[in-house]
Design a protein around this ligand. Structure first.
Ligand SMILES: [Zn+2]
Length: 236
């Protein structure tokens, strides 16, 4: 009886994990999550224009409001997340540590002033147009980091991969792709899907109703692309 029960539960859990992470190795990504089909053809979901600024997006970035300051707590390394996300991050960090992997918080909550500098000042330093800059950074008011639910994660034993696409191949990156979903984190900018370049280090937490609601538009927009990406097995 116990064995039968186990057998029934495990596939469901696997599907849920795939749904959370939607960026894991294709061999593991057999099925989409169970409840996304009703949104695929919903005309109320806007399509993003990656090439212009519109009332609803800035070169494909969606607007986000800043987290209430009193909800922010430390996750170490000088970074903060909302309490709910921070608790999950710490659990995830502890689980990784058990197998010898150090997940380092590189950037959690950021306010508009910090994002303003990251976007405009860096664009000026690099001689980038704002549309070019928007491929790799969000303008102020449009960063998931404003929400206190998003975090850039590095590998403590392999800092050369910090904020670099090679992070996907570090031990921490590989572990996150396989396990982050168990802790409510999902990859925000998978390869070749969104208007933003591939960011294997940037994870958003969608582990409670408020965070799910916060990212609902983004999740709806790319829900169908997740299926395609997984089916094509082209995740790098
Ligand atoms: Zn980020």
């Amino acid at each position: 009886m116990t064995d039968c029960l186990k057998f029934e539960i495990v596939p469901g859990m696997a599907a849920m994990i795939v749904g959370w992470t939607w960026g894991i190795a294709p061999a593991m990504a057999q099925k989409p999550p169970l409840n996304w089909g009703d949104r695929l053809e919903n005309p109320a979901i806007p399509k993003l224009d990656c090439t212009s600024v519109t009332p609803s997006s800035y070169y494909g970035h969606l607007p986000y409001t800043e987290a209430p300051r009193d909800e922010l707590v430390s996750v170490g390394n000088g970074e903060r997340l909302r309490q709910s996300a921070a608790a999950s991050f710490r659990r995830m960090q502890a689980a990784a540590a058990e197998v010898g992997i150090e997940l380092v918080p590189l950037s959690g909550f950021r306010d508009r002033a910090v994002q303003n500098s990251l976007f405009y000042d860096v664009a000026a330093q690099r001689g980038q147009s704002l549309s070019e800059r928007a491929r790799t950074s969000a303008p102020p008011g449009y960063s998931e980091h404003h929400t206190g639910y998003a975090i850039d994660i590095g590998d403590g034993y392999d800092p050369g991969g910090d904020l670099n696409q090679s992070f996907a191949y570090t031990d921490a990156g590989r572990w996150l792709f396989a396990n982050a979903g168990k802790y409510g984190f999902e990859l925000s900018f998978p390869s070749g899907v969104t208007c933003v370049s591939y960011e294997p280090w940037h994870w958003r937490w969608v582990g409670d109703p408020d965070s799910e609601q916060t990212f609902q538009t983004a999740r709806d927009l790319y829900r169908d692309h997740r299926i395609g990406q997984l089916d094509e097995g082209n995740f790098k």
